[in-house]
Design a protein around this ligand. Structure first.
Ligand code: PLP
Length: 433
């Protein structure tokens, strides 16, 4: 059996059937913006391998940091031990994060960091004598991960409806509709206000992906919405959680997408680009107010602790990645990609299958009536040598932030070709990312 045949018959891929698996490419190596396949051909990674690879694949500084750390200490349990990479990373994260979010919990994936954020909010309310405040309010169109609590906070009509039976019911406000650069109107948050007026007494926290709802909606919304959230949280004694896993680390321009709103959350999750896409690591950052209340409550301990918590190799990778963010002018890099996407994708408006074109930072989205057929998608990928992974009715690119203008030009051409392909057959169910 060839390795690819073994893969087809034995290994699940994300959101894929094992009985009728979609084709996969055999990756051999990767460097910079390109992935090299077993047959020697190369694809530009216009998806940053699910939005992680900010500085390019196998970045020498990150690879070197991991190699050096691996020679000393690959892992040690974080219960009863600590180590330099974790301490350094906590300090670097505190410097990189907005002021006041300097208490850190290291998680092993984005989903876990969201679970941790939600548990912090519940323990916080409990410590303040409000055990009844144990629900969260999330936004329709949102996505927060695949574990059960995260699914329960993601769009209720999205891809997780199958698991409704095992999920706790939380509250959902309508998807924010005013675009990032539109004119703010408080009416956009009316459903949130109504919901809190009725249920604030049961609510521990509000959670959202600030400004950029990624995996479920590819929606860029107005920072005024976040200011409204902050105000409501303060009024009702509710915590504000920003999930910056997709939007953070300069993806939309500023380090953190919520910086546009000029307010800070009480808890923030960071993942994806944290290690520059080299190892899995996420973090939940909290304010002293949150940490102190939890510590002064009962049991005082924060009740979470994954086996691979603060893995030293992952922490070393993240330290090197944050150094790159601190040294390089990533806002300027992203602004350049944004300009090129804005100019390059504008002509696609008005094509028969195109419903909308929108760009924010290093995110370019072409919303179509229906995605092209799988064979057409594969043809465009191969012809242009550009890896794209459209989902639902979104053809999009989120390239490495270090992509040069020639790379972005090739990505824009591939997106244009894909957006011009005939719509394919309707697809059953939703596809993730
Ligand atoms: C990807 C993502 C997650 C989940 O992260 P994983 O590392 O896949 O568990 C959570 N929130 C947002 C906003 C994401 O984009």
């Amino acid at each position: 059996m060839s390795p690819l045949d073994y893969d087809r018959t034995h290994i699940w891929h994300p959101y894929a059937s094992l009985g009728n698996p979609p084709p996969v490419h055999l990756a051999k190596s990767a460097s910079g913006v390109e992935i090299e396949l077993a047959d020697g051909s190369k694809l530009i990674d216009a998806v940053s391998s699910w939005w992680c690879v900010a500085h390019g694949h196998n970045h020498p500084a990150i690879v070197d940091a991991v190699r050096r750390q691996s020679e000393r200490l690959c892992h040690v349990m974080f219960g009863g031990f600590t180590h330099e990479p974790a301490i350094q990373l906590a300090e670097k994260l505190a410097a990189f994060a907005p002021p006041g979010l300097d208490r850190v919990f290291f998680a092993d994936s984005g989903s876990i960091s969201v679970e941790v954020a939600a548990k912090m909010a519940v323990q916080y309310q409990n410590a303040l004598g409000h055990p009844e405040k144990n629900k969260l309010v999330a936004l329709k169109g949102g996505y927060h991960g695949d574990t059960s609590l995260c699914m329960a906070l993601s769009d209720p009509d999205g891809m997780h409806t199958l698991f409704k039976g095992v999920m706790t019911r939380h509250f959902f406000a309508e998807k924010p509709a005013i675009p990032t650069h539109g004119v703010w109107n408080p009416a956009d948050a009316e459903s949130l206000r109504t919901l809190l007026a009725a249920h604030a007494g049961e609510v521990a926290a509000l959670i959202c992906e600030p400004v950029f709802q990624a995996a479920n909606a590819m929606n860029f919304y107005h920072p005024g919405y976040l200011r409204e959230m902050r105000r409501l949280c303060d009024d009702y004694g509710i915590l504000l959680i920003f999930d910056e896993i997709a939007a953070g680390c300069c993806r939309t321009g500023p380090r953190w997408a919520h910086a546009r709103a000029g307010i800070t959350p009480d808890i923030m999750t960071v993942g994806k680009a944290l290690t520059g896409g080299h190892l899995t690591l996420a973090a939940t950052l909290a304010s002293a107010k949150v940490a102190d209340a939890i510590s002064n409550g009962s049991p005082g301990a924060f009740m979470h602790g994954p086996t691979y918590m603060a893995n030293p190799l992952a922490c070393a990778a993240a330290c090197a990645s944050l150094d790159l963010f601190a040294q390089g002018d990533y806002e300027a890099k992203v602004a350049r990609i944004e300009r090129q996407f804005t100019e390059g994708l504008a002509p696609l408006r008005g094509r028969p299958n195109v419903r909308d074109v929108r760009v924010l930072g290093a995110v370019g989205v072409v919303e179509v009536g229906r995605l092209p057929a799988a064979a057409d998608i594969e043809r465009v990928i191969r012809t242009h040598g550009v890896w794209l992974r459209p989902f639902c009715n979104f053809i999009y690119a989120m390239p490495p932030l270090v992509s040069d203008s020639r790379t972005v030009t090739r990505i824009v051409e591939a997106l244009g070709d894909l957006a011009s392909a005939p719509p394919g057959p309707p697809v059953e169910g939703d596809f993730h990312e």
